[in-house]
Design a protein around this ligand. Structure first.
Ligand code: TXA
Ligand code: MG
Length: 356
């Protein structure tokens, strides 16, 4: 891929400047890709109805065509362009959670490009709640297909600098609206099976979804090479543990808090004795335990506030990577609320292995 000049434009996250939005929308209209903020993570967008532009997303990320894209809309009526039928469940969920971090899997309409759906009969749709994303979709006058704006296999960007680090020279424009509010990607919910099931936990919790649809099922547990892999591969492309290979190995620790800290600390000492540079991702409450351990410490907030931890998680992983640690040790943050999404991302980074 030939290097292009990447421009970064600062934009107001609440009242985006119309001149900036028009610049970005013009690029999209002309078949280019643009990095833009959403409330979850930064996205790498293209006009969902221009196949040549969609190809540029895959080229810039180095992403395989087998991984389908989420279509971002600004108006529920756009659903009619994308799907054949809008189930009652979708209407109720949209009413409760849109605009917001919920992606619905629906049966695709005939005009949705194959590059968006990876050849599946279904399409992923969400209405983001970031003013910049909504203004961009409206000004373009077409839905925007966008994956997270990172290189394939890397963690999602929650700041414009993260997207620049991954995509400089590969995209013409990055809109910088500051850090993302939520910090983990949207929840992907399958509405095309007998029961609604979460394919990827994310910004809308299982508990919140169940307050609207009580029969929502949690994600299937996919072990490192588990029996569910075939089903997961078919229903949730892009969600396999084996699709992730973090730049730095991550060891995830579990168990009662005191025992978990003790085994993390013992592992820090063991690794340091081998001359390894060790990073730890911990809660604020753990910092003191590791302060003289020799590890580089990144605190993600209180373990009782998973929503706060979520906002810092990807920045923490990137910060330790950039500090050139050779291994990252991370504690567990539970499964309540956004904890489920945090655990999913950490498990993927850890290749599915957990130290009890
Ligand atoms: O928060 C988010 O969802 C961000 C922002 C930019 O909106 N986007 C995002 O996109 O995380 P991406 O491409 O990194 O992850 C989308 C995932 C895919 O990996 C795939 O697993 C799932 O959504 N997906 C997309 N279309 C699907 C489909 N038709 N059936 C099942 N899963 C699908
Ligand atoms: Mg992604």
């Amino acid at each position: 891929m030939q290097d292009i000049c990447t421009e970064v434009l600062v934009v107001d996250p609440i009242h985006p400047e119309p001149t900036v939005i028009r610049r970005a929308a013009k690029l999209l209209y002309d078949g280019e890709v643009v990095v833009f903020p959403t409330e979850t993570v930064y996205g790498l967008g293209a006009d969902a109805f221009q196949p040549a532009a969609l190809e540029r997303i895959f080229a810039a990320k180095g992403r395989p065509y087998s991984d389908p894209l989420i279509v971002h809309i600004a108006d529920e009526r756009t659903l009619e362009l994308l799907t054949t039928t809008i189930p009652e469940q979708a209407k109720r969920l949209a009413q409760a959670f849109w605009p917001g971090p919920l992606t619905l899997i629906l049966f695709r309409g005939p005009s949705v490009p194959h590059l968006v759906t990876a050849g599946l009969e279904t399409v992923a749709v969400r209405m983001p709640r970031h003013a910049v994303a909504l203004a961009l979709i409206r000004t373009l006058g077409s839905p925007i297909a966008a994956p997270s704006a990172n290189r394939f296999m890397h963690v999602s960007p929650t700041m414009a600098q993260h997207a620049l680090a991954d995509l400089a020279g590969r995209v013409p424009l990055i809109l910088d609206a500051g850090p993302c509010e939520i910090g983990v990607e949207s929840t992907v919910l399958d509405l095309c099976s007998e029961v609604p099931r979460i394919l990827r936990p994310g910004g809308v919790s299982l508990e919140a979804l169940r307050s609207v649809l009580p029969d929502v099922q949690p994600p299937m547990r996919s072990k490192a090479s588990g029996e569910n892999e075939d089903i997961v591969a078919k229903k949730a492309p892009g969600q396999l543990l084996t699709h992730y290979a973090p730049a730095v190995p991550l060891l995830l620790f579990d168990g009662p808090v005191e025992a978990m800290r003790a085994s993390m600390l013992a592992e820090v000492h063991r690794q340091c004795a081998h001359g390894e540079r060790v990073g730890v991702l911990v809660a604020d409450e753990d910092v003191q335990v590791f302060s003289d351990s020799g590890a580089l410490i990144y605190a993600l907030g209180s373990a009782d506030e998973p929503a706060e931890v979520a906002t810092k998680l990807f920045a923490g992983l990137r910060a330790l990577e950039e500090a050139h640690v050779q291994v990252i040790l991370c504690r567990n943050f539970g499964e309540q609320g956004l904890g489920l999404a945090i655990r999913d991302r950490l498990l993927k980074a850890a290749g599915g292995k957990v130290f009890e």
